[in-house]
Design a protein. Structure first.
Length: 152
């Protein structure tokens, strides 16, 4: 250990350490690789999914908000489905208010993945499930119904 003392052990600490070793710039480049479908995007996505570094989530949100190409914005929200932690739940309402149905659909995918991964409970998702039940997009409504039956 660099410090010479035992600082404890956990998978979370290990993931944080690996992310720090990789560096913020490399993690941001990995996000860009994924949303632009560059060579190696599958490996980049896998690494980001394991690490779930906050900088990756921030970069995805930045791309979602600012990119002019709808395909890239969709890809950023799709990547959030895999790399986001429980903090991404707070952005689902924004995705569902987006005029693009693809982004709306990926937004419900975010809720699904958080539940599936055990990062949130069905109780924590309740506010969003209620919103989704009345959403104008039929795919969002249908998926929310499936989530209720699967996780309730």
């Amino acid at each position: 250990c660099p410090t010479g003392k035992d600082e404890g052990w956990s998978p979370v600490l290990g993931r944080k350490a690996i992310a720090e070793l990789l560096g913020e710039r490399n993690l941001i480049e990995a996000v860009d690789c994924c949303v632009h479908w560059r060579r190696g995007y599958g490996v980049a996505r896998s690494v980001l999914q394991i690490l779930r570094p906050p900088v990756a989530m921030q970069r995805c949100l930045e791309i979602y908000r600012n990119d002019q190409k709808i395909e890239v914005r969709r890809a950023a929200v799709a990547l959030l489905e895999s790399v986001g932690d429980r903090a991404v739940l707070a952005f689902v309402r924004q995705f569902w208010e987006d005029p693009d149905e693809g982004i709306q659909n990926w937004g419900v995918g975010v809720v699904d993945h958080l539940l599936f991964s055990g990062l949130i409970s069905i109780d924590e998702a309740e506010e969003y499930l209620k919103l989704g039940e009345n959403h104008p997009n039929p795919t969002v409504r249908e998926t929310v119904g499936e989530l209720r039956s699967k996780y309730s």
